[in-house]
Design a protein around this ligand. Structure first.
Ligand code: DQA
Length: 152
C-alpha cells in the first residue's frame, strides 16, 4: 500500500481540549489525549496513519482545512458546536476537500433541534454519531473503504 493513500487527519474543534471536563453522560468523561490514544491504536490495526489537530480558534480551523490535502488523504471531522452553524468552516473545507466522515460522540440527531443541522451535509461522505469513543473506530473502518485500501 502506498503511504500516500492512508493518511487520515483527525480534526477536533472547539471545546475538545477540555473534553474530560464536559458532561460525562454525553461525552464519556475521556480526555482528548485518551481519545487520540484509542484512535492511534485502531488506526494502526487498520494500517492507517493518523494525524491530530484541535483548536478553539475558528480561524485556525479554517486555515488547517485550506491545507488539509497537503497532509491527508482523508479526514474524520468533529467540529463540535461549529458543526451546527459555521458556514465559514464548511466553505473552508469545500476549498479542496478530501474524503471525510463527520463524527460526534453524542447522538446529535436525538438532542436539541439546532444540533440536527450540520454545515457538512453534502460535503462529507458519511456521518457517525451517538456511539461514543467507539464511533471513531467505526469511522476509521468506513475510511478504509472510502480510501479503497486493504487495511486490517
Ligand atoms: C459534539 C456534539 C456537538 O453538538 C457539541 O457541540 C460538541 C460535541 C459530539 O462529539 O457529540 O461539542 O460534536
Amino acid at each position: 500500500m502506498s503511504r500516500s493513500q492512508n493518511r487520515v487527519a483527525i480534526l477536533h474543534g472547539v471545546n475538545f481540549d477540555v473534553l474530560e471536563r464536559r458532561d460525562p453522560n454525553l461525552y464519556g468523561g475521556v480526555s482528548l489525549g485518551e481519545l487520540e490514544h484509542r484512535i492511534t491504536g485502531w488506526a494502526a490495526e487498520l494500517e492507517l496513519e493518523p494525524s491530530f489537530f484541535q483548536t478553539n480558534s475558528e480561524a485556525e480551523f479554517c486555515g488547517y482545512l485550506h491545507r488539509l490535502r497537503e497532509g491527508a488523504d482523508g479526514a474524520l471531522i468533529n467540529a463540535g458546536a461549529w458543526t451546527h452553524y459555521s458556514r465559514a468552516i464548511s466553505d473552508a473545507f469545500a476549498v479542496d476537500p478530501v474524503p471525510a466522515i463527520e463524527v460526534h460522540l453524542s447522538d446529535v440527531d436525538g438532542r436539541e433541534d439546532w444540533r440536527k443541522v450540520s454545515v457538512f451535509e453534502g460535503l462529507v461522505q458519511d456521518k457517525v454519531a451517538g456511539q461514543g469513543v467507539d464511533g471513531y473506530k467505526v469511522a476509521l473502518e468506513k475510511m478504509v473503504n472510502l480510501l479503497g485500501i486493504a487495511g486490517g
